[in-house]
Design a binder for this molecule. Structure first.
Ligand code: CR1
Length: 804
């Protein structure tokens, strides 16, 4: 949009008066943010309204992305960037005497997700709009986001995230578009006298009103404003003869009160089931209602809409759509089923058994009786159809019902026309292992869609020094066509450019160092190598391996303090699920080790550990541009894709990585010389599983170095971790190290030694960083969503040269 600084200043002053009727300097920073946010809301309104109107007028096929998590990050700056008025508003703010960066930081960062899954959903929202795909988000408006993490005495404590306390400038409540979601009660089918149709009769249900809150999702410089719709649970309007109590109100509000703080872990709470049906049902109802307003017949539904199931949490959209088509639209089962499978598609995000959702059949029957009947019929028909072809055993292994449970991933595959994994290796493992029986039955349904990230947030906004340098060197075309980043390779042997690249990194490291000094009172030197691991705390992600590597370095410096060591700062960001005891012990270990190392004068500033609390999207934006090394060290096969690997690469960090998830594709893009690989391969891990011949204890017995490192956990080297140190030690030796930490330790140490060596040659290091930046465009979410659009949703997108 067009905007001059003069106009902006006038608008700002006017709105300030309307909202607060005060002088500018009376306002707090967060009030100033609210004025600016509301103004930007006004600026984006045209674009949002016109897009909605255009979708209604042209009746383009709509994509609905259902996700129980979204992690959009702060929206002020990204909305300004996408509108094309970021520089104007920044300059205008300055003239108004506002501290723009402070205002940006005053926006609450919505923590409506746990980690990669939720952040991916938000990268996709950004890319859908930027690729001019008619894509809508559908999720839950949690009253409280993911807990805020603090450390007390090195232990994680969880504080409530009251993100809505000052309101939310970006959302619009659409009370008139609310729908009713039914839980519990009894249901039976009765033949309607007049029509002769079977209609369900519900008795004693608990009805909940789902109220939508819409947020605009803007495209980059293209006048598109898509919608992310989040549902909030409320009491239905009061009937004349019935008054609600406070307790009624609280019971209903509970459904959308908190985000489940578990990542890669299935949580079978009743409330979780209610959340899942709540947003699935509300979303599908509103889609059909909207569709019905514009179309006569439902037979074309499959050509007009696509519903995407982001992990299994929204799988109940399948029986819910069936319910509406059967009970309300009176279609035959076979017609309804054809439409449903045509509409639905599913992405799997993990092969971890503990994360695959299964609901007890009796619980589903009690809580969602009609939905249960429909799933039972899906199960019955699947068995009838498939048993003659594939045999009873395979069908029993792959049907929705099994062992008294409803297996949600199986239901998702059976009820969709497409199932995808999120990296090549992951999709292969789904086909080979986790979903092998269903792959045998429906091979044509399986496909891979490697994850992607939006470079607008992760480079343009997070790393302005790099963005400006790129503009100077290769022009600004890369900002809308990320493949153009590859042209920067022409400067691989230009020492002046490499020096500028090094300078950019130093600037970002200094900025992070300032933040660390201000928040943790730890002094770190930007000249040191910054080695970063940022992700949820989980045994399979192996933060422990990283810690053992640091213990090794600590011990080596202690043993030979006068040798030369590359100075290092090890930076962690990680939340542990509140109920994940082992993960919390690792947090305590890292903090205790940090305490020891950071205060040991023998380290002479050559080793520092920084564990930044409350890892979040906005903290990631500070850390990633400052990283020299990004650790992606999961046990091979366990990390479905990873996405921080892509963000770090785009910011010129080199990966220290196992051959897992998308690391493999990153290696294929940048070449094995431009990252540091180590550790077991998937085949080696699977061979250990097959042969059951892994013994961590043997490795401990054979290697003095491993022994010395592990012993530090239990011999008081690190004060304050008596129980934690022992438990972790036992997990490795007594319980035989589920994630092959000990097995990969020496190979990890060797890779770290290579890194220290490589860092000495700064010219060559910058060449490698440049190679990573150059190929980051391959992992742009713009391309990823275009592939979904073409192969899965069958919708049109903008045809740019970079679509493939
Ligand atoms: C995976 O663990 C992947 C993201 C996004 C996570 C991670 O490797 O990058 O999904 N899975 O696809 C997950 O959270 C519940 O499952």
């Amino acid at each position: 949009m067009k905007l001059t600084t003069a106009q902006f200043k006038t608008d700002y002053r006017k709105l300030l008066k309307t909202l607060y009727a005060e002088e500018q300097d009376e306002l707090s920073t967060s009030e100033q943010f609210l004025v600016l946010g509301n103004l930007v809301r006004q600026y984006l309104a045209d674009q949002w309204q016109q897009t909605t109107a255009e979708y209604n007028r042209t009746q383009r096929k709509q994509v609905y992305y259902f996700s129980i998590e979204f992690l959009p990050g702060r929206l002020l700056e990204s909305n300004l960037l996408n509108l094309g008025i970021l520089d104007t508003v920044r300059a205008g703010s300055k003239e108004l005497g506002l501290d723009f960066d402070q205002l940006v930081a005053a926006e609450p960062d919505p923590g409506l997700g746990n980690g990669g899954l939720g952040r991916l959903a938000s990268c996709f929202m950004d890319s859908l709009a930027s690729m001019q795909i008619a894509g809508n988000g559908n999720g839950i408006r949690y009253r409280y986001g993911l807990f805020k993490q603090a450390f007390i005495n090195g232990y994680q404590v969880e504080l409530p995230d009251d993100w809505l306390r000052n309101g939310n400038v970006w959302e619009v409540c659409k009370e008139s578009k609310a729908c009713t979601v039914r839980f519990g009660g009894n249901v039976y089918l009765r033949r309607d006298e007049a029509s002769g149709q079977l209609v369900p009769v519900y008795e004693n249900t608990q009805d909940v009103l789902a109220v939508p809150y819409d947020t605009a999702m803007l495209g980059y410089h293209n006048h598109v404003g898509n919608t992310m719709r989040l549902w909030s649970a409320e009491l239905p309007p009061q009937a004349d003869d019935h008054y609600y109590t406070q307790a009624d109100k609280a019971a209903v509000a509970r459904i959308t009160e908190v985000l489940y703080p578990d990542d890669s872990n299935y949580d079978g709470q009743l409330l979780r089931l209610h959340q899942e049906y709540f947003f699935s049902s509300a979303g599908v109802q509103s889609i059909i209602r909207h569709y019905r307003r514009h179309q006569q017949s439902l037979v074309d539904l499959g050509r007009q809409i696509a519903i995407h199931i982001n992990d299994t949490h929204p799988t109940l959209v399948i029986p819910e759509l069936m319910r509406i088509l059967l009970d309300e639209e009176h279609l035959d089962w076979s017609v309804a089923w054809r439409i449903t499978t045509q509409v639905m598609s599913y992405t799997n995000h993990t092969i971890l058994q503990e994360a695959l959702e299964k609901w007890p059949q009796d619980m589903l029957a009690r809580e969602l009786p009609r939905i249960y009947q429909i799933i039972a019929e899906i199960d019955r028909r699947f068995r009838v159809e498939m048993t003659p072809i594939y045999g009873a055993e395979r069908v029993q292994r792959s049907a929705p019902f099994g062992d008294g449970q409803v297996r949600m991933a199986y239901l998702a595959v059976i009820g969709s026309h497409s199932t995808n994994g999120v990296a090549k290796l992951h999709t292969e493992l789904l086909q080979r292992d986790v979903l092998a029986d269903l792959y045998a039955i429906y091979p044509e349904r399986f496909n891979n869609k490697t994850n992607g990230i939006t470079l607008r947030r992760w480079v343009q906004l997070a790393n302005k020094p790099l963005s400006e340098l790129l503009d100077q060197q290769i022009g600004s075309g890369w900002r809308s066509a990320s493949s153009e980043l590859e042209t920067v390779k022409a400067y691989q042997n230009d020492p002046a450019f490499l020096a500028k690249l090094a300078q950019v990194k130093l600037t970002n490291k200094q900025r992070l160092a300032d933040y660390v000094a201000a928040t943790l009172q730890i002094k770190i030197d930007p000249i040191a190598l910054f080695d970063v691991q940022i992700k949820r705390l989980h045994a399979y992600k192996r933060q422990l391996l990283h810690v053992l590597g640091i213990i090794d370095l600590y011990q080596r410096i202690k043993a030979a303090p006068d040798e030369h060591y590359q100075a290092r700062v090890h930076i962690f960001g990680a939340k542990a699920a509140p109920s994940y005891y082992y993960a919390k012990e690792i947090i305590k270990l890292i903090n205790a080790l940090a305490d020891l190392v950071n205060h040991d004068p023998a380290m002479r500033d050559r080793l520092k550990i920084v564990f930044l609390p409350n890892y979040s999207v906005s903290l990631a934006e500070k850390i990633i541009p400052a990283a020299d090394i990004g650790e992606q060290i999961s046990t091979a096969s366990k990390e479905a894709s990873g996405t921080s690997n892509m963000k770090l690469m785009a910011n010129g960090a080199l990966a220290l990585a196992t051959l897992d998830g998308a690391n493999i594709e990153i290696r294929d893009a940048v070449g094995a010389d431009n990252l540091f690989l180590f550790g077991l391969t998937v085949d080696e891990v699977y061979a250990y599983y097959a042969q059951q011949n892994y013994r961590a204890q043997t490795l401990y017995d054979q290697s003095p170095r491993i022994r010395r490192i592990l012993d530090a956990l239990v011999d008081d080297t690190i004060p304050g971790i008596q129980t934690e140190g022992r438990d972790i030690y036992d997990s490795l030796l007594r319980f035989n190290d589920d994630y092959f930490v000990v097995r990969d330790l020496e190979s990890y140490l060797a890779a770290q030694a290579q890194i220290d060596q490589a860092y000495q040659d700064q010219n060559q290091w910058q060449q490698r960083a440049l190679e990573n930046i150059a190929f980051a465009g391959r992992f742009s979410a713009d391309k990823t969503v275009n592939r979904y659009a073409e192969d899965i949703w069958h919708v049109h997108h903008q045809s740019r040269p970079e679509t493939k």
